[in-house]
Design a protein around this ligand. Structure first.
Ligand SMILES: Cc1cc2nc3c(=O)[nH]c(=O)nc-3n(C[C@H](O)[C@H](O)[C@H](O)COP(=O)(O)O)c2cc1C
Length: 229
């Protein structure tokens, strides 16, 4: 019974998610910015503030542009399972209901990414790596034959290159050290899908006292303005 209920809720949540449209959008065909937030604090996270400021400045610089937002703290993507992964590789008419729902979520995330002209990501460091919610997004977006493929020469990304802005917030300081596990991972992942035009902004030392935190926020904001203008 518990298993059936869990299955029901999995399907219900995933279906709601797939059917949901962006949380703030403006109709236009001019230019399209995809904003992805991965703070567990939703909109009040420090990385969310930076990505919001970027989007506001970008909007002013791109009048009529469209901003599409995915908040991964409220729009939960379930962990990838063997069943879901197998479903990705099957013809549509051979997927079971769980695979149909999960593939619809994956398709929606990929469509958002492919149709964006630019991407902005709020990326906190949690326990020395990326938030697990963002890892789930990565797992649903990397799809063989859809966002990448293997050739005799090796892997080839199938997503058009576009600017990707990453706003990395951290309690400590890791930039340029071997403990910065995020930068390399993000570079490798997006590069694998075909996107190499990456711009990192770091707000570090946010747990190292108010003075250091304030300085970090100020310089990150200045960088946000410069990048989005
Ligand atoms: C669960 C959790 C784990 C964290 N782990 C780290 C860490 O490994 N290294 C670090 O520098 N800061 C760590 N922090 C601090 C966050 O990176 C920092 O507060 C950051 O501003 C969070 O961004 P957010 O406000 O957008 O969520 C952690 C915070 C939380 C809540």
């Amino acid at each position: 019974m518990a298993e059936i209920l869990r299955f029901y809720f999995d399907i219900r949540d995933i279906t709601l998610f797939a059917g949901r449209h962006s949380t703030f959008t403006e109709e236009t065909t001019m230019s399209n910015l995809l904003v992805i937030k991965s703070s567990l604090h939703n909109g009040s996270g420090q990385s969310s503030h930076l990505v919001d400021e970027f989007a506001q400045t970008w909007r002013r610089a791109n009048p009529g542009g469209r901003v599409q937002c995915r908040d991964l703290a409220t729009e939960i993507i379930p962990h990838l399972t063997a069943e879901i992964f197998e479903g990705f590789g099957k013809p549509a008419d051979q997927r079971n209901p769980a695979q149909i729902s999960a593939t619809a979520v994956s398709d929606a995330l990929i469509a958002e990414l492919k149709s964006a002209d630019a991407v902005a990501i709020g990326l906190p460091m949690y326990n020395f790596t990326i938030p697990s919610t963002f890892k789930a997004w990565m797992d649903y977006v990397a799809r063989s034959g859809v966002t990448f493929e293997y050739t005799e020469e090796g892997p080839r990304g199938l997503v058009e290159d576009k600017p990707v802005y990453i706003f990395a917030t951290r309690g400590g300081r890791y930039q340029g050290t071997s403990n910065d596990t995020q930068t390399r991972l993000i570079q490798t992942y997006f590069g694998f899908l075909g996107m190499t035009n990456l711009h990192f902004t770091y707000a570090e030392g946010l747990a190292m006292g108010e003075q250091i935190a304030q300085q970090a926020r100020q310089s990150a904001r200045a960088e946000v303005m410069r990048l989005a203008a």
